[in-house]
Every structure is written in structure tokens, then in C-alpha cells.
Design a protein around this ligand. Structure first.
Ligand code: ATP
Ligand SMILES: Nc1nc2c(ncn2[C@@H]2O[C@H](COP(=O)(O)O)[C@@H](O)[C@H]2O)c(=O)[nH]1
Length: 206
């Protein structure tokens, strides 16, 4: 018998390190998969369609919204981003744990749909460090970086909507914290399953 997977949402101000942390977590954890979002943003340097994002134009995005194809969607830093209903549903139903790397608006929408989803917010150690990370990454034009830094002030204030907050100062420590949150959720989930006799029977432990 298959049991549905867990849903983890990781959000952060742009440049805080969310994608780097999730990438490291996925390398350590073969039971986790990341959902590939759709966006109207243009690809950055090495980004590939279908890997980092499904890159689509605004007309197609709006059509997907009208057709109810997103679990959640939002306008972030002037572009549209959305989480595909079909992709996530299929994976969770087959028992895989899924990570969504989305912004705080999407996270709030997901929590309403899936109250058991675990919301994790990543913070940089300071705004100065955030600016340095975005500049060092060197993927965005100065005006894009300026807009993202300005938006960060409002985004940080949304941490209150989240179940966990992780400060990404030393990278290895933050990966460990993220791993711990995922692990503890699995233990909690396993305890809930144990309270269902059918599970014990299925596992031959009754
Ligand atoms: N703990 C850390 N210390 C120093 N640099 C870091 C740390 N974590 C991530 N970085 C670097 O900061 C930059 C931004 O990280 P990353 O792209 O993962 O951020 P992000 O939150 O996913 O941003 P975005 O939302 O814009 O995609 C990258 O160059 C990454 O290598
Ligand atoms: N609400 C959603 N937000 C999303 C989704 N995919 C990504 N994002 C967030 O957008 C910003 C900017 O991302 P970038 O790749 O342009 O730097 C960042 O906060 C992402 O987490 C989504 O499907 N829904």
C-alpha cells in the first residue's frame, strides 16, 4: 500500500541561498524531488528549459491559470511563477516527498490547500550579505538586483507565516538544519501512520 508523500515549501528573499541549499539537500536525500515551476522570466546564463523552470510566455501562463493548472501562482519581482498541479499531485500520490522552491505568497496559498505542508523560510545573515551574494552570483542586471533587494525588506517580514526559519550564514550548518527539519517531519508522519492499524498490517507488524 502506498502512502502519500510529504510536501515541503522552501522560500527566501532572492539571493538568500534557497536554490543552493535545496540542491545540496537533494544530493543527500534520494527520497526528495523538487518540483519544476513555470515562469514568464527569461532564462539566466546556464538555465535550461524543463530543468530549472518551464519557461513560457505570459499568454500561455495566463491560459494555464484559466485552466486551473496551477496549485498556486504569483507575480514575483515583475514576473509570473506557478506550481504545476499535475506534476506535484502525481509525485505526492506515488509516495515521493516533494520540495517546492517558491515565494512567500505561493507558500501561503499552499498551506491553505495542504495544511500538513511544512513551510521553511531561509534568511540571509544580513542585508549587506544578501546584496553581496546577488552581486557575486553575477546573473542579474544591476536594476534587477536593486529591485530584488528592495523587495527583500517586505519578504523578510513574511517569516511569521512559516513553520521554520533557517539562517543561511555558514552554508553547511544551514544544509544540516534543513535536513533536520525534513527528517523530523518524516518521523512525525511515521508516528501518525503507526496510529493506523492498517499500516501495521501492511508492514506485517501488527
Ligand atoms: N551560506 C552561503 N554563504 C555564501 N554564499 C552563499 C551561501 N549560500 C548561497 N550562497 C551563494 O549566494 C548566491 C545566491 O544563492 P542562490 O542562487 O542559491 O539563492 P536563491 O535564494 O535561490 O536566489 P533566487 O531566488 O534569486 O534564485 C549564489 O552565488 C550562492 O552560491
Ligand atoms: N509563487 C511562486 N514563486 C516561485 C515559483 N518558482 C519560483 N518562485 C520564486 O520566484 C522568486 C524569483 O525566482 P528566480 O528564479 O527568478 O530568482 C524566488 O523567490 C522563487 O522562489 C513558483 O512556482 N511559485
Amino acid at each position: 500500500m502506498d502512502y502519500p508523500g510529504n510536501l515541503f515549501v522552501v522560500a527566501a528573499p532572492s539571493g538568500a541561498g534557497k536554490s543552493s541549499l535545496v540542491k545540496s539537500l537533494l544530493e543527500l536525500d534520494s527520497h526528495l524531488v523538487v518540483s519544476v515551476s513555470h515562469t514568464t522570466r527569461k532564462p539566466r546564463g546556464q538555465e535550461q528549459d524543463g530543468r530549472e523552470y518551464h519557461f513560457i510566455n505570459e499568454k500561455s501562463f495566463r491560459q494555464m491559470v484559466a485552466d486551473g493548472e496551477f496549485f498556486e501562482w504569483a507575480e514575483v519581482h515583475g514576473n509570473l511563477y506557478g506550481t504545476s498541479r499535475g506534476e506535484v499531485q502525481k509525485r505526492i500520490a506515488s509516495g515521493q516527498d516533494v520540495v517546492l522552491e517558491i515565494d512567500w505568497q505561493g507558500a501561503v496559498q499552499i498551506k491553505k490547500l495542504f495544511p500538513t505542508a511544512v513551510l521553511i523560510f531561509i534568511l540571509p545573515p544580513s542585508y549587506e550579505e544578501l546584496a553581496q551574494r546577488l552581486n557575486r552570483r553575477g546573473e542579474d542586471q544591476p536594476e534587477v538586483i536593486a529591485q530584488r533587494l528592495a523587495n527583500a525588506r517586505h519578504e523578510v517580514a513574511q517569516a511569521r507565516h512559516f513553520d521554520f526559519v533557517i539562517i543561511n550564514a555558514l552554508f553547511e550548518t544551514a544544509v544540516f538544519d534543513l535536513k533536520t527539519v525534513v527528517h523530523s517531519q518524516r518521523l512525525k508522519y511515521a508516528a501518525q501512520l503507526r496510529s493506523k492499524p492498517a499500516v501495521f498490517q501492511a508492514l506485517d507488524l501488527s
